[in-house]
Design a protein around this ligand. Structure first.
Ligand SMILES: NC(=O)C1=CN([C@@H]2O[C@H](COP(=O)(O)OP(=O)(O)OC[C@H]3O[C@@H](n4cnc5c(N)ncnc54)[C@H](O)[C@@H]3O)[C@@H](O)[C@H]2O)[C@@H](O)CC1
Ligand SMILES: [K+]
Length: 491
């Protein structure tokens, strides 16, 4: 896998290995790296808060605290007022040198934030814990984090917001909620999924002048923002695939409508819908470009299946006899398909080999059912969960949620850095299913269709939210920005 550095994501252990490599193989002293980290972070602080003059440093016992002390020394030299709250006096090695550099620059240490809190600070610098976090912050560290979060002052986190697990993106309780995070050497994968979006604020990467590592390969990669290249002028509707969307049991006709309309908006040449007879009139009236077929029994489906090149199955499918019959027909045919919602629940209840070229799109609850576990276990390590799903079901899997992840059975993982909480609303998943199906129908591989589809869906959600806010965002609001993003310059 060749991934440009800024998109490469690493585990904390991999980043530590890069630090060690720089120190041992390239002879860059650890203290020099710490100085570079402090310079980078101070630069971000000055750019973001040009009026700031008074800083409070929260300094932990390790090198993350060392970064904060050196930032404090730089700030003192630049005429700032700086106080440092230190968690313990047990600093060693580079962290101890950093603390001495801070004191030599005239820095004042304060024992407790309570003492400091009577003063006004412009920015709080979080140097409590970085990649060395080993458990939930407790005692004084926990109190300081809670105090800093409630202080109303902006927090600049060094490397990782203290309390956030750099591997999983899970926030321990408590966890710093930063306005900005400057991360060093390489992106840690946990800065992009699960709770990270609530804790990191604006994310900056500084490589500390280290060259791009050539090995080991990154653990995961960030999605790229792109659309599809222009179509050949000499195209016709048959060149762009035929999606068949299956679902919409009694009472859930809206789900299959959203899915099938999304497939049209994502460029499928033709889109058919196989649904309950009761929904046909409404579908035809609302979106005449769809070819809506009433399917009440499995025999109705065979001629429609023969026309399709890709299936989108699950939205509103239900798990009754009707839904089960459609799901069985989908399993029996050899078409590429996007499997979502109740089709995933049926798969979880009755595991079966999937046709080749499938994409599964579970949310954490569906993922838990597919892996016979609970949602908390999925969310505790989303990277492990998506890899396990893809390996077990031999399919590309998109695990939805804040920081959606896409995995292949071989363990390749991509992370979506876009999306917003306005998208935590009914119908959004149905739209994603339709988009990915349309991309499969236009000839993309399951991996490419899932990556592009998840990225387009999240970016369309961000565009729609930027236009009118997150609350009240509708799944159908994504259609217009989706179309623009899909047709934007692919580079
Ligand atoms: N040479 C290097 O390795 C570099 C490291 N850098 C910084 O160093 C950090 C990693 O430093 P360390 O490995 O020293 O680790 P940290 O500074 O992240 O923290 C480790 C220390 O915190 C303690 N600790 C962990 N969790 C705790 C908890 N919940 N409550 C109380 N104590 C806890 C550990 O026992 C250990 O003493 C990076 O995140 C980065 O900020 C940067 O200076 C760049 C260069
Ligand atoms: K930190």
């Amino acid at each position: 896998m060749s991934v440009p550095m800024s998109r490469a994501l690493y585990t904390a252990a991999q980043v530590r290995a890069q630090d060690r490599h720089a120190i041992e193989q390239w002879g860059v002293p650890g203290f020099t790296l710490m100085q570079r980290a402090a310079h980078a972070a101070f630069g971000v602080l000055r750019t973001r808060w040009p009026q700031a003059r008074r800083l409070l440093l929260l300094c932990g016992p390790g090198n993350n605290g060392g970064d904060a002390f050196l930032l404090g020394a730089l700030a003192l030299q630049a005429g700032f007022e700086v106080r440092a709250a230190t968690l313990s006096d047990t600093a060693q090695g580079d962290a101890l040198l950093a603390r001495r550099a801070f004191e030599d620059a005239g820095g004042v240490r304060a024992g407790a934030v309570e003492a400091c809190s009577r003063e006004r600070f412009d920015v709080i610098v979080d140097g409590l814990f970085g990649t060395g976090l080993s458990r939930a912050p407790e005692g004084a560290a926990a109190q300081w984090i809670a105090w800093a979060n409630a202080s109303g002052r902006p927090i600049l986190a060094l490397d990782v917001p203290s309390g956030l697990d750099a591997d999983t993106g899970v926030a321990r309780d408590p966890c710093v909620r930063a306005a900005a995070t400057v991360t060093f050497v390489a992106h840690k994968r946990g800065l992009f999924t699960a709770d990270a979006g609530d804790c990191c604020g604006a994310l900056h990467l500084d490589r500390l002048e280290l060259p791009e590592p050539t090995s080991p390969p990154p653990d995961a990669e960030l999605l790229r923002a792109h659309g599809l290249p222009p179509r050949r002028r000499n195209s016709h509707k048959g060149s762009n695939g035929h999606v068949l969307a299956l679902g919409g049991d009694a009472g859930t006709g809206g789900a299959i409508r959203l899915c099938s309309e999304a497939a049209l908006r994502a460029g499928a040449g033709l889109v058919s819908v196989a649904t309950r007879a009761a929904h046909i009139g409404a579908l035809n009236a609302a979106r005449p470009e769809l070819m809506a077929h009433a399917v009440e029994q499995q025999a109705d489906l065979a001629p429609i299946l023969r026309q399709a090149s890709v299936l989108a199955i699950g939205p509103g499918l239900g798990q009754g006899d009707w839904g089960r019959a459609l799901w069985q027909a989908a399993l029996d045919c050899d078409l590429p398909q996007v499997v979502d919602a109740d089709a995933l629940n049926l798969l979880a209840a009755h595991p079966a080999p999937l046709p080749a070229r499938c994409v599964l799109t579970p949310h954490p609850g569906e993922a838990a059912r597919l892996l016979q576990t609970d949602t908390a276990t999925i969310q505790a390590d989303r990277f492990a969960a998506v890899r396990e799903l893809a390996a077990r079901y031999r399919a590309v899997v998109a695990l939805k949620g804040s920081g959606s992840l896409i995995a292949t059975p071989e363990g390749r993982v991509a992370v979506c850095p876009w999306g917003n909480p306005g998208m935590a609303a009914g119908g959004m998943g149905d739209v994603l299913t339709g988009i990915i199906a349309a991309l499969l129908a236009q000839g993309l591989s399951p991996w490419d269709a899932a990556c592009l589809g998840v990225g387009l869906h999240a970016r369309a959600g961000d565009h729609a939210a930027a236009a009118g806010g997150e609350r009240g965002l509708l799944a159908s609001d994504l259609f217009l920005p989706l179309r623009e993003l899909l047709n934007a310059d692919p580079n």
